[in-house]
Write a protein that binds this ligand. Structure first.
Ligand SMILES: *Cc1c(COP(=O)(O)O)cnc(C)c1O
Length: 380
């Protein structure tokens, strides 16, 4: 199988599996217990915390483990002390839905992107006031891969004394991240997007930023996230973070070169294709293309038949079958939206994968266009 859906979930790294298996077998104690088995589990968690902290250049005391990106985002957005919130129209559903669920209690402004999926600092500048309690803008978009000007955005927030949160689930492990330099006060991370296990993630919170737990109980994770820690998952996450940090520059180079070769060839060998998102400020592995006159869903179903995994956009849209809110916010043409295909490459992909992918995509697109109702319009 050719797997090009790394933005939905990345294949787990073999060293992560090894670390988790060893932990499941040997580290059975409860991290809150005083005895040796408990202390051993506690030590494993703290080693993982340091590794995750290093990946984003944070202090370990600023990292709180959660069940994933969704919980990290909910923990910040649902905090009752943040009542006036500015976010964007292109956030992941794990930001947008908590906002919707608080409609009665909070006032929320959604900044629009431009046609490249970019949020302009000017639009934040003209919306933010001293009454704003929180700004939340994603570091990189999960559908089109556009990277936001985070430093400029956080700087504006600083001028108003407003805390700045960023969903950096897609950006971590794909580009250099330094929370200090980026000026962010809080950030969400997920393990399974960086070749770790599913069901674990972290919330970075700089000291002095208001927090409030979603889940109450035994007071684990500094009281921010109660419940006995998922030690093997946390250990796997720590190992994935270590690998991501160690291989970041090689991975970026490798994945960018595969992505550029693939998009260049598809754009030159297939007619009526658009390349969506920002041409320069985008995640290394993200290629987002639209094949006019056919439907993205039909493309992925046929690609799957030929042994290739891709996506139309966000993996979560399968539950709702609605068209992408991100592409709609970018005001793309209807045929561009319906013909969209997201290919997200990872470090495991090879140039041979790219060759096979191009061959398969050309074949699928030709097959679908042969029976397209829009055949006349585009003169295929
Ligand atoms: C995947 C994703 C999430 C959700 O993370 P989970 O760990 O799957 O809950 C949040 N935000 C973005 C941008 C994502 O891509």
């Amino acid at each position: 199988m050719i797997y090009m859906d790394n933005a939905a979930s990345a294949p787990i790294h073999k060293d992560v599996v090894a670390a988790m298996l060893s932990c499941i077998n040997k580290t059975y104690g409860n991290p809150s217990s005083i005895h040796r088995a408990g202390r051993m589990a506690k030590r494993s968690i703290e080693a993982a915390r340091s590794s995750v902290a290093e990946l984003i250049n944070a202090d370990p005391s600023e990292i709180f483990f959660t069940s994933g990106g969704t919980e990290s985002n909910n923990t910040i957005l649902r905090n009752p002390s943040y009542r006036n919130i500015i976010t964007t129209q292109i956030e992941h559903d794990s930001i947008l839905e908590p906002c919707r669920s608080c409609r009665g209690e909070k006032s929320i402004t959604y900044l629009p992107p431009d046609e490249f999926g970019m949020i302009s600092p000017e639009s934040l500048e003209s919306t933010i006031t001293k009454q704003t309690d929180l700004v939340s803008i994603m570091t990189a978009n999960n559908e089109v891969g556009t990277i936001q000007p985070i430093e400029k955005l956080s700087n504006i927030c600083k001028g108003y004394g407003v805390p700045f949160h960023t969903d950096m689930v897609q950006a971590v492990g794909k580009m250099p991240i330094d929370v200090g330099r980026m000026g962010v006060d809080a950030a969400s991370i997920s393990s399974h997007k960086i070749r770790g296990p599913k069901g674990v993630g972290a919330l970075y919170i700089r000291g002095g930023i208001k927090t409030s737990p979603l889940i109450y109980g035994g007071g684990q994770e500094g009281g921010l996230r109660s419940g006995t820690e998922n030690v093997p998952a946390i250990v796997g996450f720590g190992e994935a973070a270590r690998i991501a940090r160690q291989q970041l520059h090689d991975d970026m180079q490798h994945v960018t070169s595969l992505r550029d070769t693939m998009t260049y060839r598809i754009m030159s060998e297939v007619s009526h294709v658009t390349y969506n998102g920002h041409p320069l400020h985008r995640l290394p592995g993200n290629a987002h293309l639209s094949f006019l006159g056919i439907n993205g869903e039909d493309i992925i179903i046929k690609l799957d038949e030929y042994g290739m995994a891709a996506s139309t956009g966000s993996a979560c849209s399968v539950h709702t079958q609605k068209e992408s809110h991100v592409l709609r916010a970018m005001k793309l043409d209807g045929d561009v939206i319906s013909g969209s295909l997201r290919l997200t490459l990872g470090p495991d992909n090879t140039m041979a994968d790219v060759d096979t992918a191009i061959h398969t995509i050309k074949r699928v697109v030709a097959e679908l266009r042969r029976v397209s109702p829009l055949k006349e319009k585009y003169a295929f």
